[in-house]
Write a protein that binds this ligand. Structure first.
Ligand SMILES: [Zn+2]
Length: 171
């Protein structure tokens, strides 16, 4: 296993729609293991392939931070097939280090995806798990959480990013 390099906004790969995965081989399994390792190392609860500069529809997540094996999810070719309700909570993103902004998303989301062997599964989730599914599926569609912020919060976040870029704390 090896750690992957996480790219920061505005890397073009983050703003590009990921390609569907068609081959379910050992290479994919290794890549997904590396993504989990990279996510845990970075203390994140979710990581999508575009964040490690791979333009594919893949994400991993674990809202328990490694505490609960049942929360460990790898989603290939993810799709949110149903969502409802509303929740607002602070959100961060490994491609936006140091930026935490309240974001309103659906309270419930049903994810349909394939596992690393190609089997389809569905996950009906609420609260933090739903938030994470929505955030990571967005990454696979080239959407970053900046796009989900209110205009005011987005401008504040962009100003903070500019400041961090100037001081060399953002690459
Ligand atoms: Zn993210």
């Amino acid at each position: 296993m090896s750690l992957l390099k996480i790219v920061n906004y505005p890397a073009p790969v983050l703003l590009t729609v990921g390609k569907p995965v068609e081959t379910f081989d050992e290479k994919l399994k290794t890549f997904v293991s590396d993504m989990f390792e990279t996510m845990y190392e970075a203390k994140g609860v979710g990581l999508a392939a575009p964040q490690v500069a791979v333009s594919s529809r893949i994400f991993v997540m674990d809202c328990s931070g490694g505490e609960d094996e049942t929360q460990k999810i790898a989603a290939v070719n993810p799709e949110v097939v149903y969502s409802e309700g509303e929740q607002t909570g602070d959100e961060g993103c490994l491609s936006f280090p140091g930026i935490y902004v309240p974001i309103t998303r659906n309270h419930r989301a049903i994810l349909r995806a394939q596992d690393v062997t190609g089997n389809w599964f569905e996950l009906d989730a609420t609260e933090l798990t739903a938030r994470c599914i929505l955030h990571e599926t967005d990454h696979c569609d080239g959407i970053v959480f900046l796009d989900r912020m209110s205009i005011l919060k987005r401008e504040m976040a962009k100003r903070k990013i500019k400041r961090l870029q100037k001081t060399g704390k953002w690459d």
